[in-house]
Write a protein that binds this ligand. Structure first.
Ligand SMILES: [Zn+2]
Length: 196
């Protein structure tokens, strides 16, 4: 069983991937928006306490701002090694009035990209996490073997104007992905996207 629920708000998509054993949240909103997340979860019948893991596509405020607050609620943060350096940088985007809670580095589940498949298998998800820089150096994409990819803020292929972005899309296509779950905007099919 694999079920995907969009619990987004404020024009950003946050996805819960549900399997029989796990609820993995992909991305989370700005600091201070925990009530909005709770509201969105309630609407879909998911309890915050049922979410076991959080994966952040990249460390920008609208994708990671609530991460530490979620960890305090018992959610485990999965960090990929290429993301570690970006985490302390996140506070540069935060205004004092956001009351951003800085993400600690010592209590995460930190794994390498090559460990991601085995890790995901352990929580009932078939897929892997790949590096897809272009929007930011720390951007990763969760690719599911079912043909789905969670691409965060990676611009769609038709907007992939530089080589880094094109290489990231080549990496995604190499995983036989058909359907893209982006950080903003509707789900789309890769077949409908012209290659540049
Ligand atoms: Zn971003």
């Amino acid at each position: 069983m694999l079920n995907i629920v969009n619990v987004g708000y404020d024009s950003t998509n946050y996805y819960v991937i549900e399997t029989t054993t796990t609820k993995l949240l992909v991305d989370v909103g700005f600091p201070g928006t925990l009530p909005k997340l709770n509201h969105a979860l309630k609407r879909t019948g998911i309890a915050l306490t049922a979410i076991t893991y959080l994966l952040v596509s990249h460390y920008h405020p609208d994708h990671a701002g609530l991460a530490q607050e979620l960890k305090q609620q018992g959610v485990k943060l999965i960090v990929l090694e290429p993301q570690v350096a970006a985490i302390p940088q996140l506070k540069r985007y935060m205004k004092p009035q956001y009351h951003y809670q800085e993400i600690r580095l010592d209590d995460n589940v930190t794994i390498s990209l090559s460990q991601s498949r085995a890790f995901l298998r352990g929580i009932g998800i078939d897929g892997e996490i790949i590096s897809t820089p272009g929007h930011s150096d720390d951007s990763v994409t969760l690719v599911l073997d079912a043909g789905l990819a969670f691409t965060g803020d990676l611009p769609p292929p038709k907007m992939a104007t530089d080589e880094t972005l094109q290489r990231s899309w080549d990496a995604i296509r190499a995983h036989k992905v058909r359907t893209i779950y982006p950080g903003h905007g509707p789900v789309y099919h890769l077949a409908d996207q012209p290659r540049r």
